[in-house]
Design a protein around this ligand. Sequence first.
Ligand SMILES: Nc1ncnc2c1ncn2[C@@H]1O[C@H](COP(=O)(O)OP(=O)(O)OP(=O)(O)O)[C@@H](O)[C@H]1O
Ligand SMILES: [Mg+2]
Length: 146
Amino acid sequence: MDIGALVSAVCDDLADFGGAVSYDCEDGIVVACKRVAMKRAVLSLIENTVKYGHSAQVAVRREGSWASITIEDQGPGISEAELARLLLPFRRGGGEEGEPERSGHGLGLAIAHAILGNHSGGLRFNNRQNGGLIAHLSLPTFAEVT
Ligand SMILES: Nc1ncnc2c1ncn2[C@@H]1O[C@H](COP(=O)(O)OP(=O)(O)OP(=O)(O)O)[C@@H](O)[C@H]1O
Ligand SMILES: [Mg+2]
């Protein structure tokens, strides 16, 4: 499956619902993946950036034998300590310092993490220097055995 095409389709869907999402996806990067699961993982991460980080910039690139997907925003980010916690199911941030409680179940990150793991891939996060979060997804590219 062309991972760039999958990711741009998810971005287009979110943009149709008013999400501020821009993307730059290389095409022709083929990965072996369960389409519905991978769409769910990507959708939930991009949804988070729109929900907590206001807008998302998404990119898909080839890096050697890996496909790299980055999803970044200019929101408040998540501290390293908090991140380890938030990957657990039913953990949610926010609500403190007068922040309004937002809807959600706290499952998105846990599910995305599990889905990437099931595809021999990875999911990690970095805070941007000037604020905001970057999610890095990696997936092995599909190479035909000859
Ligand atoms: N891009 C982001 N910037 C800042 N905080 C974030 C970001 N993404 C997630 N978070 C924080 O991590 C928490 C967990 O996110 P997760 O997606 O697992 O759950 P949720 O969005 O609260 O609920 P669900 O995804 O199940 O609807 C969120 O409640 C939010 O506090
Ligand atoms: Mg979420």
